[in-house]
Design a protein around this ligand. Structure first.
Ligand code: GLN
Length: 273
């Protein structure tokens, strides 16, 4: 069977699973061939389809996210390694980067709470060459993904990784203060209806935050007072319906909160000062 025919068949199989069936099939085929997608479309359509393609399509039919199958995902114009130990970076979170760049000093220290793949902090460090950063995560497996990404994207000398859990007392005793703090903490309600692609494959520890999805904001925001330098700011990603509740938690802790929206106009980030 040629690549062209295999792509048609795979697209038909994937239409029930995916809104982007043809694109998914092309990405999986390019991966199986070990070439770029454009190279495949230009040069390889009449080659024999590689043996490994069918099993990649099977994984996608069972709802495994494309990013985990390919092992990487694009965020803010850069490619990040992803494994099932980290949340797949989403374009919604580019709003956090935009807000962080707007408030970041030219030089100074940044902290990323729950760094995961490192996508937020690494992007920030890549865009601001005089910032240094600390990425914390409770998961060692996540930190090793972040470290690999920091090395791959050329910021490893300016980024420290630390295993830490903000629910544990004393985790921040030795970390000092930061001019900028960013976080995309878990914020999904435990009972939320999520896509099987998300619920069955992405790490629950990066998604769920109690009945209201607010547990991690309640833990993080009171700690910001001690972690931020005078005049420092924090940028927190939030769920689309959480702006009022998280603003309320922020104000109770003495912060003002400024709302930022993502590309589709939904509330997506709060800047706390
Ligand atoms: N935006 C993600 C989702 O709904 C959630 C990310 C998070 O909890 N930090 O899939």
């Amino acid at each position: 069977m040629t690549v062209a025919v295999a792509l048609r068949e795979a697209t038909a199989r994937l239409t029930e699973t995916s809104d982007t069936a043809r694109l998914d099939a092309e990405l999986l085929m390019a991966h199986a061939l070990g070439v770029s997608r454009s190279d495949m479309l230009l040069r390889h359509m009449s080659d024999d389809a590689p043996a490994g393609f069918a099993s990649l399509v099977d994984r996608r039919v069972h709802r495994e996210p494309i990013a985990y199958i390919l092992g990487d995902a694009e965020f803010y114009g850069r490619r990040f390694i992803v494994t099932p130990h980290v949340l797949i970076p989403r374009s919604d979170s580019e709003c956090v980067v935009e807000a962080a760049l707007a408030v970041a000093p030219d030089s100074g220290r940044a902290l990323d709470m729950g760094t995961g793949s490192g996508a937020l902090l690494i992007t920030l460090l890549a865009e601001r060459p005089s910032l240094v950063g600390v990425g914390i995560d409770a998961s060692l497996s996540a930190l090793s993904v972040a470290a690999a990404n920091a090395a791959r994207l050329g910021v490893v000398e300016r980024m420290h990784m630390l295993r830490a859990d903000w629910h544990e007392h004393g985790w921040s005793d030795d970390v000092g203060q930061f001019d900028l703090i960013i976080a995309n903490p878990p914020y999904v309600e435990t009972t939320a209806q999520l896509d099987p692609d998300v619920r069955n494959f992405e790490p629950a520890s990066a998604l769920f935050a109690g009945e209201e999805g607010l547990d991690d904001y309640r833990a993080i925001i009171p700690q910001l007072r001690q972690l931020l330098t005078e005049g420092g700011a924090a940028v927190l990603e939030i769920g689309a319906s959480q702006a009022a509740q998280v603003t309320n938690i922020a104000e109770k802790n003495g912060f003002s909160a400024e709302l930022r929206c993502d590309l589709s106009g939904r509330p997506r980030a709060l800047i706390l000062r």
